[in-house]
Design a binder for this molecule. Structure first.
Ligand SMILES: C[S@@+](CC[C@H](N)C(=O)[O-])C[C@H]1O[C@@H](n2cnc3c(N)ncnc32)[C@H](O)[C@@H]1O
Length: 285
């Protein structure tokens, strides 16, 4: 396991992922009923953009920095942007929240969050960050060193029936797309009504087409929808030219917000004139 998210925190991929994650949980908050979120690949939860690792790549400068500098972001992005702004005094950007931190901010007293992180050092950092930022919040559970795919199988169906699984792997293993499909198959078999949100990198668009088809073909998946973002034209299929998010049972209100969010962030995150986004229903009941 070589991947460390601290090199990439706040990049264009995080912006898309976290903006849509925020929208999903905001939608789940609309009803009083409790929700559960399982974050299978949690990372460390908080990133120092001026630290050694983030500074080496500077990826956040063409990600969250551009978004924060843009005037008049739509209402749909305000919750996420305010969460980042609150961490950074005087408009100087240094701290960037990961998916666990953003999710914990959106929990109400009745909600539960389970975080899995396999990398031993990152798991320890995650546990420390959670106990510092969300002390005495028994509702945030850190599964130290736990494999997120195994946890998805073991923890479903959850006692809280409404909720979402966020799957955000590093994609450093060749068979990561197959592992995701397998985990989704197992998860949806046990908990067919849960929402599942999967982040993926886009290099070769043909691989993404196959992945979409395999998810749509799973027997317990009745609704699947995907949003793809290219930050540059995909001429070189060995580079990460963009990323996407696949939603199984997408929260209804989120699909309605996608165009507003993506129309705003795509030109800001563009790295050449080939930047574009698209949405697609892969399966609808
Ligand atoms: C892309 S990062 C997660 C970023 C995080 N979701 C966020 O948005 O802030 C992927 C993380 O998954 C961890 N990881 C890799 N394989 C895993 C597995 N099978 N189960 C749990 N965590 C894993 C890596 O150590 C890494 O920290």
């Amino acid at each position: 396991m070589n991947y460390r998210h601290s090199y990439h925190a706040g990049n264009f991929a995080d912006v898309m992922k976290h903006a849509l994650q925020w929208a999903c949980l905001a939608y789940l908050q609309e009803k009083d009923k409790p929700f559960w979120l399982l974050d299978t690949h949690a990372g460390i939860g908080m990133y120092d953009l001026l630290g050694e690792q983030a500074s080496k790549t500077g990826e956040w400068q063409s990600g969250i920095a551009r978004l924060l500098a843009a005037p008049e972001a739509p209402q749909e992005l305000q919750g996420y942007l305010q969460a980042v702004r609150h961490l950074n005094a005087d408009d100087a950007l240094r701290w960037y929240p990961g998916s666990p931190y953003l999710a914990a901010l959106q929990l109400r007293a009745q909600d539960q969050l389970t975080l899995c992180e396999l990398h031993p050092e990152d798991a320890r950092a995650l546990a420390q960050n959670v106990s510092r930022d969300f002390p005495s919040r028994g509702q945030v559970k850190v599964e130290l060193g736990r494999n997120g795919y195994a946890a998805l199988k073991a923890l479903t169906p959850p006692p809280i029936k409404r909720g979402m699984v966020l799957i955000d792997p590093p994609f450093e293993q060749r068979d990561e797309f197959s592992q995701v499909v397998q985990a989704l198959g197992a998860g949806t078999k046990r908990w067919a009504t849960g929402s599942y949100v999967i982040w993926y990198p886009i290099k070769d668009p043909l691989i993404i087409g196959d992945f979409h088809q395999q998810v749509a073909d799973l027997p317990h998946v009745s609704k699947a929808y995907a949003v793809d973002l290219l930050v540059r034209g995909p001429q070189d299929a060995t580079r990460m030219n963009g990323c996407g998010m696949l939603f199984v049972n997408p929260p209804y209100g989120v699909v309605q917000q996608v165009a507003t969010i993506m129309n705003f962030i795509t030109p800001l995150l563009a790295q050449d004139r080939g930047a574009e986004w698209q949405e697609r229903w892969l399966k609808s009941a």
